[in-house]
Design a binder for this molecule. Structure first.
Ligand SMILES: [Cu+2]
Length: 301
């Protein structure tokens, strides 16, 4: 290896190492991804709790064990079966016991993964009725009670922005990404490509049912901190739900390759206190969404 390429490799490894350190420290910001992040965005709903628990307490162990097993096998093969230490190769072409083991063991692993996985999927697909309990962070132990929805919002995917409709309140508006000049002028503390003009406003500690559809092509409604992702299909109503326990602003994006501006239709959900939501909704119902948003921002700061 030449001195130059060695320095290059060493510099790359050092860069990788130092890139990982702040990621661990800064990965705790809720609502959007941060540079160098590894792992999920922090959870604020029971569904995301169960996804995180499933990932951290089962999948990571299985993945780590498989990686270590394969590493050990590779090392054994390299050490024991290279040409120097093993000059006369064996003529064995198959071994029935090993073939059974490497068929049955993966099936058992998939079975172990499937059981909690189906539980999490069922929770995502079942709108709370106030009686069913959900897995939450206690996925391998207890349950979480979730009240039935008290707010229903329809999210419609358009080329290329989102429309929101508060079904029982008669408030509807569209939500369009801010370009760089608009963002710097109006919402400088919000992330680039995620800030929108009109955020979806919902109350904290409330179960929200989201009806998801599309008006033109396929889109998908996804908010990582809520653990939701559902297809938006023309002439069809899909359903999802969330119950956010912390106020703040949570971002998502369209998650279906829908066309040229697919990457520019962010979802911004602002979770506020109930009284702030009531005031915002009352102002929005009177007809001026801009005034409602201005008053809401004043009450938050
Ligand atoms: Cu889309």
């Amino acid at each position: 290896m030449t001195g130059f390429s060695f320095r290059l490799v060493r510099a790359s490894l050092a860069a990788l190492f130092f890139a990982l350190i702040p990621a661990v420290a800064s990965a705790q910001q809720a609502g959007h991804a941060v540079p160098g992040q590894i792992g999920f965005q922090p959870s604020v709903t029971p569904i995301m709790d169960s996804i995180v628990a499933f990932h951290d307490h089962l999948l990571m162990w299985i993945i780590t064990a498989i990686v270590l097993l394969v590493l050990v096998l590779l090392i054994v093969v390299i050490v024991r079966f290279n040409q120097r230490t093993n000059p006369t190769p064996s003529k064995v072409t198959h071994n029935t016991l090993i073939e059974i083991v490497w068929t049955v063991v993966p099936v058992l692993i998939l079975f172990v993964i499937a059981i909690p996985s189906f539980g999490v999927l069922a929770d995502q697909q079942t709108i709370p009725d106030g009686e069913r309990t959900y897995l939450g962070s206690q996925i391998f132990g207890g349950d979480v009670a979730v009240p039935e929805p008290s707010l229903t919002i329809k999210a419609t995917g358009y080329q290329w922005y989102w429309g929101y409709e508060y079904m029982d309140e008669g408030v509807d508006f569209v939500s369009i990404m801010l370009n760089e000049e608009q963002r710097e002028a109006n919402k400088p503390d919000q992330p680039r490509l995620l800030a929108v003009d009109n955020e979806l406003v919902v109350p904290v500690n409330t179960t929200v049912r989201v009806l998801v559809t599309a008006a033109d092509v396929l889109h998908a409604f996804a908010v990582p901190s809520f653990g939701i992702k559902v297809d938006a299909v023309t002439s069809r109503n899909n359903e999802t739900w969330f119950h956010a326990r912390e106020t703040g602003i949570y971002y998502g994006q369209c998650s279906e390759l829908c066309g040229k501006d697919h990457a520019f239709m962010p979802i911004a959900v602002r979770v506020v206190e109930q009284d702030q939501f009531d005031a915002w909704l009352a102002a929005a119902e009177e007809g001026s969404l801009a005034d409602a948003n201005t008053a809401l921002m004043a009450s938050i700061q």
